[in-house]
Design a protein around this ligand. Sequence first.
Ligand code: ZEM
Length: 290
Amino acid sequence: PSTSGQKNPTIFTPTTQDYQKVYDAIAKKLIDEDDYDDGSYGPVLVRLGWHSSGTYDKLTKTGGSNGATMRFAPEGDHGANAGLKAARDFLEPVKEQFPWITHSDLWTLGATCAIQEMGGPDIAWRPGRSDRDVAYCTPDGRLPDASKGSDHLRGIFYRMGFNDQEIVALSGAHALGRCHTDRSGFEGPWTFSPITMTNDYFKLLLDEEWDYRNWNGPRQFQDNKTKTLMMLPTDVVLIKDEGFRPHVDRYAKDQEEFFKEFSEVIMTLFELGVPFESGKEARNVFRRTE
Ligand code: ZEM
């Protein structure tokens, strides 16, 4: 059959409305599939977006969300990425429904959607990531090690191009989700509402007394009152270090201020290393589910 007179039917240029459809499909799945962890895949989707982006190295311009190289064994099997298959598998049917979206766009859009749907701030997002082959996998060790101190934290995040304020803002994502003994070895949630985005992580860091947990697992902290919450060594560093502490204080006092700065920095995180052809005007905030 002749297609003359038509545009090449195999080339499809998705619009903002098309990406909104992907957002809506992810949001619907988050509501429908509530039989996971604390009742939502939201937190693990956020962690997937973060780990796909947080490999960025500003000096060599390698890593970052472009590529979705965690699909391949070397990177998917890095210790830091344990458990993220759950998030990748959750998004796979969405990829099949919208085959034109790249995995790398889908993973960052999934995290963006999850944050908004869990009551977090609006986050601007734009497409433009392409999937790359196994040769682009990053070496192990680019993501932070929770057992370490402030020098390590700064080393990792400065490499991505972030500063102290941005490190603290990003850490506020630990309002969400929990640690799993079969993934990181650590155990438990940071807050009492792990599927709702709040500034509680900062409030709890300041308001609770944090003792070492007496157990066989890796060194972690537990709240002295209920003994049900946890903090990682890298979380507690934020209240001990004088470069980090002022931002913890600010975010604990004012959720709006935290949301504003979190929104800005996570947008930046998700864009690290992406050779966008579009400009900043291509960024869009998707409509949330009612
Ligand atoms: Zn996390 N994170 N993270 N993080 N993280 C875990 C879980 C989650 C660190 C870390 O070692 C760990 C950021 C920064 C840092 C989330 C988001 C973001 C876990 C538990 C560990 C050990 C994994 C498990 O056992 O399942 C360290 C050291 C960080 C340095 C500051 C940033 C930045 C994040 C996003 C912006 C989220 C949402 C989770 C919860 C995942 C889940 O499955 O519930």
